[in-house]
Design a protein. Structure first.
Length: 186
């Protein structure tokens, strides 16, 4: 019954329901703090993506894979290769190809041969792709601003620095494991 009340309230009082957590991680220890930070990081990421995915899909009919691809191309300011784009997005190449095929069919991206390397292609947004990207931005920016409204500029900058360090730590682990897969490249 307590689980039902917790689920219906939408709240997550970890210490109230995770009564055996201390058996795994001694309270206040570094492993406890690491666990709590990464748990909150994962939950915040999931909640943000669920929220924003729903808003963008409802307003513009675009999935996250599609709009993130278009933004990554737009931010580059010049044509990009498929491999570079896959690395920037942290996805595997075949997954990106499917998204690009859809975007190209709809006239949102343009792909052309790379004259410097016949094995790769240049990708850029079409004028229609830029238009869709700008319209999606009108959904993303207010939602992001509202979510972060309780943070000062200094706190946002601190968050950027801390998350940058966490991302750097994932690069270190990738090197330790010898993983070169684009899916784990931030």
């Amino acid at each position: 019954m307590a689980d039902d009340a917790e689920a219906s309230s939408g709240e997550d009082d970890f210490d109230a329901w995770a009564v055996n957590h201390g058996d795994f991680y001694p309270p206040g220890s570094r492993t406890d703090l690491d666990f709590r930070l990464t748990r909150n990081l994962v939950l915040a990421g999931r909640r943000w993506t669920t929220l924003i995915d729903g808003l963008v899909k409802a307003k513009h009919g675009q999935t996250r894979a599609r709009w993130q691809t278009m933004f990554s191309i737009a931010f580059a300011g010049r044509p990009v290769t498929t491999i570079a784009l896959a690395r920037r997005l942290g996805v595997q190449w075949p997954t990106l190809i499917r998204v690009l095929d859809e975007l190209e069919r709809e006239g949102l991206v343009i792909r052309r041969d790379n004259p410097d390397d016949r094995r790769s292609r240049w990708i850029e947004l079409s004028p229609a792709g830029f238009d869709v990207t700008r319209r999606i931005q009108t959904v993303l920016d207010p939602a992001r601003s509202e979510m972060l409204a309780g943070l000062s500029d200094e706190e946002v900058q601190l968050g950027i620095r801390l998350l940058g360090k966490i991302l750097a730590g994932t690069r270190t682990w990738r090197e330790v494991l010898g993983t070169r897969d684009a899916a784990v490249t931030p």
